[in-house]
Design a protein around this ligand. Sequence first.
Ligand code: SF4
Length: 180
Amino acid sequence: MVKIGDAPEGFEGDGFFLTNLGKVIGMARANSLWPLPFATSCCGIEFMATMGTNYDLARFGSERLSFSPRQADLLMVMGTISKKMGPVLKQVYDQMAEPKWVLSVGACACSGGIFDTYSVLQGIDKVIPVDVYVPGCPPRPEQIIEGLMKIQDLARNESLRRRNTDDYKKMLESYQIETL
Ligand code: SF4
């Protein structure tokens, strides 16, 4: 059975439905997130399972993966990120257009995991802002899906003005990310 996305809050009557533009845009964004899978190691294999028929990310409107940052709005970082790779990850994030979200999948991406070594970045939030963290080594596909659903909640409820606020700009500046 095909499940249709829930309608946003509003008023309905015979032959009409009334809501506001922000809620409609939030609904559209939440149900059509285009992920860019930045997968460097084992957690990436769990992501492959998440895309398979058993778990089927298409149910959430996110089956369209993008390997071009300019055509993605959800950066999914899965795997160990070395310090050398930090600037590359940041460049990928930079090239994504607003609005964009970041899902950090697995212990390595969230905190360096078991690799407390000189060469491994101890969490991707050292170089880019993260919206949702998924714990586990590796996390199961159900956990990755839960993370995606949390991103959907953020996208659905985000104010259309949030990205223009001073707080948001300050947050990006703290990562030395240029704001347009
Ligand atoms: S969190 Fe565990 S499973 Fe995921 S990339 Fe790191 S070592 Fe591999």
